[in-house]
Design a protein around this ligand. Structure first.
Ligand code: SAH
Ligand code: SF4
Length: 382
């Protein structure tokens, strides 16, 4: 079998080219063809010597993900389902906003962490995605969208690892994919605009700081260990105090000067004023040791097997107010592509409003943000 060049970061591609007897600058040219131009055919790569193109044809290929379906929401959100073989399907979601375009990427088929409120967690773990399967979600979406929207310039400005899977439990495959995102010859995304979201794999947070520091989001969901043990089972291994210490250490190398805490609002479970006050105390205790953070409250996206309910908006607003009154920057995530069941889309909408939380909530209560239409377009443009 020939090598899929989407599996390599630039160093990996340079090593591959070296094995073919080619210099590093050839790898750079090839890398640009793949990631900046979306090329799949070596014969297109006219600035590469014909002899090299022939060698590549015999030893390599560029194979993107297999599209199962595409769902377009009226708000511009696009969700793809990709078949990664053996019955495993993963999701990728694009969320456009006026000033940026965010892609939510999956890192695993299923997830072993098994959080109670997460439908991926309920599915169990199937397997890690390869570097190629991770980066090709961006490769495919970027070049599809450019063509679809008739744009020459970059469409995707931000990536969040908030799709299916726990990225830090697939560390070895994740890091080269992050490097391609950041590489100036690849997608050239700034470290601040690439976010790894984790349920709290403490040793890997430390390794990420050294290997490839990008923005960090940590799924907290509870202010104390007994409750977090129940919601995020990984907490039994890495309890809150250890997790927050890792976050504080991470800040020394992080591209942003704060860590984002995600907090999924579950009716009657973790959304009471007392929980908010506990969070304030927790954050203040760690702030004294150097932790700087902000909160992102995520309205729970219900699914039947969870037996859980979404907190109502006044409850979310009251919770947010307690945090904000204590000086903690708090945003409420707007759900996007809700009606196309963007299982990571509704999570990934890095759509935040620092000032208009109450206003937004009032609008949501009145259904002003609803009305998303579903279009299932199979095989279009792919
Ligand atoms: N495994 C990583 C990243 C993927 S999940 C993590 O847990 O951080 C991305 C975010 O979606 C996490 O904050 C997760 O807690 C949240 N999430 C999962 N299921 C959800 C649901 N049903 N409703 C709202 N948020 C959810
Ligand atoms: Fe895995 Fe994240 Fe879902 Fe938890 S929330 S089960 S860590 S994908």
């Amino acid at each position: 079998m020939t090598a899929n060049l989407l599996d390599f970061d630039l160093d990996g591609l340079a090593a591959f080219c070296e094995r073919l007897g080619e210099k590093r600058f050839r790898a750079t040219q090839l890398f640009r063809w793949i990631h900046q131009k979306g090329a799949t055919d070596f014969t297109q790569m006219t600035d590469l010597a014909k002899s090299l193109r022939e060698k590549l044809t015999g030893s390599a290929h560029i194979q993107g993900p297999k599209v199962v379906s595409r769902h377009d929401s009226a708000d511009g959100t696009v969700k793809w389902l990709f078949d990664v073989g053996a019955g495993d399907v993963i999701e990728t979601v694009f969320i456009p906003e006026t000033d940026r375009g965010t892609l939510c990427i999956s890192s695993q088929a299923g997830c072993a962490v098994g959080c109670r409120f997460c439908s991926t967690g309920h599915q169990g773990f199937s397997r890690n995605l390869t570097t190629g399967e991770i980066i090709s979600q961006l490769w495919f979406a970027e070049h599809f969208l450019r063509q679809h929207l008739g744009r020459e310039e970059r469409v995707i400005s931000n990536v969040v690892m908030m799709g299916m899977g726990e990225p830090l439990q697939n560390y070895g495959q994740l890091v080269p994919a992050l490097k391609v995102m950041l590489d100036d010859h690849g997608y050239g995304l700034s470290r601040r605009r690439v976010t790894v979201s984790t349920s709290g794999v403490v040793p890997m947070i430390d390794r990420l700081a050294g290997d490839c520091p990008v923005a960090l989001a940590v799924s907290l969901h509870a202010p104390e260990d007994a409750l977090r043990d129940n919601l995020v089972p990984l907490n039994k291994k890495y309890p809150i105090a250890e997790l927050l210490e890792a976050c504080t250490r991470y800040q020394a190398s992080a591209p942003r000067d704060f860590i984002t805490f995600e907090y999924c609002m579950l009716d009657g479970v973790n959304d009471q004023p007392a929980h908010a006050r506990q969070l304030v105390a927790l954050v203040q205790a760690h702030a004294a040791r150097g932790l700087s953070c902000k909160f992102n409250l995520i309205p729970f996206n219900p699914f039947p097997a969870s037996g859980l309910k979404r907190s109502d908006m006044p409850q979310v607003a009251a919770f947010a107010k307690i945090l904000m009154d204590a000086g903690i920057v708090t945003t409420v995530r707007k759900t996007r592509g809700d009606d196309i069941d963007a299982a990571c889309g509704q999570l990934a909408g890095d759509v935040q409003d620092r000032t208009g939380v109450e206003q937004r909530m009032a609008a949501q209560r009145q259904g002003m943000l609803g009305g998303i239409k579903v279009v299932v377009a199979k095989g279009m443009g792919v």
